[in-house]
Structures are given as structure tokens and as C-alpha cells.
Design a protein. Sequence first.
Length: 79
Amino acid sequence: MKNYYTTETYIQKFIKQKYGKKDIPLDELNYRFILDFENFLNDYKPKDHHKPINNNGVMKTYGTFAEDGQFGCYDGLAG
């Protein structure tokens, strides 16, 4: 569950930064969204004590996003 919550937090930050919204409809989740999310993770610089995400962390976060949700299980994403 820890990975789910971490991934959910990153997705929320990404949506807020990219779209200026709290949420987006599922039909807006497409390949471009995934590429932009991956770039967001690679560029993300935490403002707290955590270190930036390395490539392995990006792949783990992406994997959690892809396997847990098939894009639909994230309650916050279902507009």
C-alpha cells in the first residue's frame, strides 16, 4: 500500500503542475500523459528531506501506476 500512496501523491502533484487542476477525466489519460508523467518524475525535485527520484524509482513508480490502475483504480483520477 505504501507504493500506492506514494504514486498517488506524485500523480496528484503532476496533475496540479501540468493541468492546474485537482483531477482530470479518465479519457484524458493517454500515451502523452504517461510520457509527461515520466518526465515529471525524472525532473521532480522534492522540497523536503527526500532525495530526487533516480531512474529505478521512476520505473517503480510508473510500474505501480500501470499495474495497480490500468489507469482506472485511482479514485482521484476518476473525475
